[in-house]
Design a protein around this ligand. Sequence first.
Ligand SMILES: *[C@@H]1O[C@H](CO)[C@@H](O)[C@H](O)[C@H]1NC(C)=O
Length: 620
Amino acid sequence: MSRLLTCLVNERLVCAWYVTCPDTPVVTSFLLVSSPRCCYPPLTNAKMWSPGSFVFQLRHRPIVEIAPIAYRTNVHHVLMLDPEDLGVWVWRTSTVDLDNGKWTGTVITSPLELLAMATEWNGLSNDAVLTIRRELESSLENQIYAFAHRDDMPKLTLESSAIEWEQSIIEGHATHPMHRARHAEPPLPSLLPDTELRHIMLRFVAVPSHLMDTCGDYHALLMPLFEAAKSIVSDPHHIDDSGSAGHVESLLNNVDLASETIVPVHPLQLPAIRAIFPFVRELQFEAPAEAQASLRTLSPLALAESGLDIKLPLGIKTSSALRTVSTWSAFLGPRLTPLLPHVLSSIDETAGGSVHQQQPILLVAGEPASTIVRGHEMAKYLACIVRDNPQALCNRQEAAPAGSERQRTVVAAALTERNADGTSVVCAQWGLDTVDKKKKFLRSYVRLLFAAFLPPVLTHGFAFEAHQQNTLVRVDLDTGRVCGFVVRDYGGIMVHMDTFRQAMGCEVPMLVGNSTTAQSLDEVYDVAYHTLVQCQIHRLVRALDLHYSGGGWAVVREELVRAVPAESMLYVAWMRSRSVKLKSFVAMKLGGMYRDYVYTSVPNLLHYQDEQNPSQAAYV
Ligand SMILES: *[C@@H]1O[C@H](CO)[C@@H](O)[C@H](O)[C@H]1NC(C)=O
């Protein structure tokens, strides 16, 4: 409910006010939420106020407009809400007494009630609302299950494996209301909360090669996986009449590599593939794999030695979109990979604060090969992208023998989670028990983050989609220090081609209809701002409890000035405006759009002062 309300408020689909009642025996404050039509004109001066509304308990003050609304000095319009601002209780009100901070009404506990009211207020009753409702229900059901079963999870330390960290995420995306939806689209059967998504058995199909677009050394790179696949038919003679007795059945004996392409398939995706692609031949073989945080990128055990992961389509909607693999990203990966070393050469290896940097600050998980169905409108349902495994990439860089890693890669999203007892994961792992220690950690993290990701933006007009699930933090296991990052996934990069061409002498090859080229440099700065500031730094500042005091944002501002000259276009773009764009998850869903984004305008957190400052509202 807190995530849904956050989106509704920030996307202006409801109106929200911060109400304080200083004259009551105990100063009370709460959040009043009503129809967006109540915003303009604002609340009247009537003492009792009674259109349909909700009251939300607050733990902290959201970002509000400086001036109170007309008629009332104790009521401020809310400009930006975060789930962390909210308490536990919510009421559907009958009457509200704004002077005395009292209301009558009933406690509600389901986000579906809030959604129903919000859609009524906005006059919405279309299919999109039903879709959101279903996905919200799915998210709710799966989140309840995840919380109830979190005790089954191992307690993690920095020594824990990278894949354990990937699979440790319980709370997930901080503001997406459908973040934990596991909504399977037909022809996939619907999923239950206990459906196994972490430890899976890959399946395989053979497809006539002329029907596939394949790029890179695809078969060669996946050969160890094909060789390791085990027959799932108890008597192998059933599927291969020519097999002689005692011969261990091999997947490779069942395909003709001269004319067929082998594609690994997520087991849950098999029904969709059978239904959509009559020309594929199912191979009765399987191989174990571990799923990463994204669910669709998998680490097959058989590829551990070669250090490769595979990204496979999964017709399941979680957060914004179906987790399939687009033609654009299958095309882009192997073509962009060889260009990246040049892009990364713009990074100053001493800028992160360490002059003895053993390794580059930023490593990029390459995508050396891919295959996808050619020219088919459902192509995104059958594809495979081969990608460097981040931990293996790290080990290769430092030439560490297997089993003796000196660095651990931890997916950034796992660090801003909370442990079962409510404590912050990042604080617990690094023993950050004082404000000074927290600020010091934040400073070194943000310094490295800017040193890693801003130079390609400045010199090549190139931004990675470095949000918390695509970024892995590299921790030195001897010293416990954060020493750099790995970034993966090119699906959401943003490139300004003129700038790139000037720096490189060539373009990034992309297919027509791509959404990864920028019309202007501002679009590149926007992607960098969204992924680094709104997604990564915001969550880290809050996980360190440095948001409401403003101390965290002061550190971020200092580090930004340190990283980019104040006169640079990027600095100006990030700092010039008191408000910035924010992706509108709910509005986007209402419009049924997945690739084209809808934005709302919210305060620029880089200007945040502190909770107590009445003029904090994004205006310094
Ligand atoms: C996609 O990429 C190419 C660069 O290869 C660019 O010229 C083109 O305009 C891009 N956008 C679309 C929508 O096709």
